[in-house]
Design a protein around this ligand. Structure first.
Ligand code: ADP
Ligand code: MG
Length: 572
């Protein structure tokens, strides 16, 4: 690396204002909302936790303080490609930036370290594992450090979708460099992730900056999968004929096949996945960035940090594994603020495939439980009948007062069924079992399953036992997912998978409100199992389950009030 060519001299600290840096170095007229406050906080030497959607402008939040404060800013970034792009872009602007990572040989690394020690760098990008090496830490102690920026900070969280164990070690910065301000930045953080980031990076006392997650120029559309290729071709042909776009698929094979299929149909489509050579990936990414109207067909390996403003559509041929992933991937569309489409087809097969991948993955049981919940939230978004944007934003703790009027559910209201009674049954089952159980167990209770767990808990004796055999287990799952997606139920914060009631469900439990649920189109392909097939095959009933179920129903009839309507309870 040739540091002599980094001609721009760093101005004396304090002489350049953040506004000057914004205009003179980056060429922007004004700060975006929150950027200015964040920049001032860090310049003042305070810690910050920044939540801003993809494309929101997080980089400036540490790049400007890096130019204003004396010393070198250390930027921790998880991806080498991302690091290289950012450094290249900064150097074009005349900023003295460099990176340290495993792609460099000894000599290059040494030159960079030397530049750090002699104060010739404004920013040094560094992979977390590199930063945590004793040698690097020792150098940092001797250098003058202006701030630490921890980019993609959700990598520290198991709730986030990109967990990296190296990020856990970054907590030591808080203790070893207590006087240096730290700023952590992420686009993906629901409440739990946010808490976890704050705790694991010792940023509990930091100022939190949360900017709106709404991307009003993105239209969200989710359709049941019938013939995915044809659906995709129709969509592109009718709405995005010459546009740049990203098509996400789950597997490398499908990426290759889909890219070929698009090329056969006259589109300029390129594959991108981890199985390609580094050169091929770099070249495909480069063409996507530079040429007009290129479609990249990719696995999730593609995209982090891709800054192409005019991506007009993001299409998903497979279900992402969480809302965080969905939001981040769709967020790559329309960074320039112009109308763009987030389009997806999904089917029950997707769910099964994702579940299988998860169950076969090496993660421990806690990890899998969390991932299962995230998948359910994703499916919940597919199944809502209300505004998708509202549901998506609610998940991230952001509110949208009115339905957006632009997503598919707003434009074409989906077919529904009156789920009032089913919902009352589901909610009262949660209530009567003490808000301590997950979906599978609750459905077992509702459908009157005969198992030891139920008998041991005594839940075969409660009034919601066996009152829900009119729906199949899968239909109940859809009911529960919709309840979670609509905010009537939430998963317990500890992550055990138990469902808990929210204040929103009070009127439903009292029988004072009606609920419409989406007719679940993905159910059609599946063999429906209605009723308790196992029970009906039982000739004898030694444990008396059948009698119990009968008893519940009789009781309900005698009382005249369904057992699933709960009128008053101090705790509700
Ligand atoms: P993030 O890291 O939040 O996804 P980036 O920092 O990569 O977003 O910024 C996204 C885009 O917004 C970039 O092209 C960046 O140059 C642009 N940008 C950021 N701040 C401003 C600003 N104040 N004015 C104009 N453009 C900006
Ligand atoms: Mg970024």
């Amino acid at each position: 690396m040739d540091f002599q060519n980094l001609s721009q001299q760093k101005p004396d600290s304090g002489q350049r204002s953040p506004e000057d840096a914004l205009k003179q170095v980056f060429g922007y007229e004004r700060f975006r909302p929150l950027q200015e406050e964040i920049v001032r906080t860090v310049i003042a030497g305070d810690n910050a936790l920044v939540l801003m959607p993809t494309g929101g402008g997080k980089s400036l939040c540490y790049q400007i303080p890096a130019l204003v404060r004396p010393g070198t800013a250390i930027v921790i970034s998880p991806l080498i490609a991302l690091m290289q792009d950012q450094v290249a872009a900064l150097r074009q602007l005349g900023v003295r930036a460099a990176f340290l990572n495993s792609t460099m040989d000894m000599q290059q690394a040494w030159a960079t370290e030397n530049a750090l020690m002699t104060g010739e760098l404004d920013l040094l990008y560094c992979a977390p594992e590199r930063l945590l090496q004793p040698r690097t830490l020792e150098l940092l102690h001797q250098a003058s450090i202006s701030l630490f920026a921890i980019d993609e900070a959700h990598c520290v969280s198991q709730w986030g979708h990109d967990f990296r164990s190296d990020y856990l070690g970054l907590d030591l910065l808080a203790h070893e460099f207590a006087q240096v301000p730290r700023i952590a930045l992420t686009a993906t953080a629901d409440e739990r992730t946010r808490q976890e980031i704050a705790q694991r990076l010792s940023l509990v006392d930091a100022r939190h900056f949360i900017s709106g997650f709404d991307r009003p120029n993105i239209q969200y559309r989710i359709t049941p999968k019938t013939n995915a290729n044809k659906q995709l071709l129709d969509f592109i042909k009718e709405e995005h004929k010459d546009d740049a776009g990203i098509v996400y698929c789950l597997s490398r094979n499908k990426v290759e096949a889909t890219a070929r299929m698009l090329c056969d149909n006259g589109y300029n489509a390129l594959p991108y996945h981890a199985g390609l050579s580094a050169e091929e990936r770099a070249s495909n990414q480069e063409r996507f960035l530079r040429e007009d109207g290129v479609i990249v067909v990719a696995t999730i390996a593609f995209g982090m940090g891709i800054d192409k403003p005019d991506v007009r559509f993001v299409a998903h041929l497979d279900l992402p594994k969480s809302l965080e992933a969905y939001y981040q991937e769709t967020g790559r569309a329309g960074r320039d603020g112009n109308a763009s489409t987030a389009w997806m087809v999904y089917g029950l097969q997707d769910v099964i495939k994702l579940r299988q991948m998860l169950e076969g993955s090496p993660g421990n049981e806690t990890f899998k439980r969390i991932e299962r919940q995230k998948m359910d939230a994703m499916l919940g978004l597919c199944e809502v009948i209300s505004c998708r944007r509202q549901v998506l934003l609610r998940y991230f703790g952001d509110a949208l007062e009115q339905p957006c009027g632009n997503c598919d559910t707003c434009l074409t209201p989906p077919q529904t069924w009156d789920g009032t009674v089913a919902v009352q049954k589901a909610l009262s089952c949660v209530y009567r079992t003490g808000q301590r159980f997950g979906v599978t167990y609750l459905i077992d209770v509702l459908r009157g399953s005969e198992n030891d767990r139920i008998r041991q808990s005594g839940h075969h004796q409660i009034s919601t036992y066996g009152i829900g055999d009119e729906l199949s287990a899968n239909e109940w799952k859809s009911v529960f997912r919709q309840l979670v997606a609509n905010g009537y139920l939430r998963a317990d914060p500890e992550g055990y998978g138990a469902l808990q009631l929210t204040p929103e469900c009070r009127p439903l439990l009292r029988g004072e409100a009606e609920v419409l649920l989406r007719k679940d189109p993905v159910q059609k392909n599946e063999g429906r199992k209605r009723g308790r097939s196992a029970a009906s095959e039982h000739v004898s009933d030694p444990q008396g389950w059948e009698a119990l179920r009968g008893c519940r129903k009789r009781l309900a009839e005698e009382q005249g009030v369904p057992p699933y309507v709960i009128f008053h309870d101090a705790t509700l």
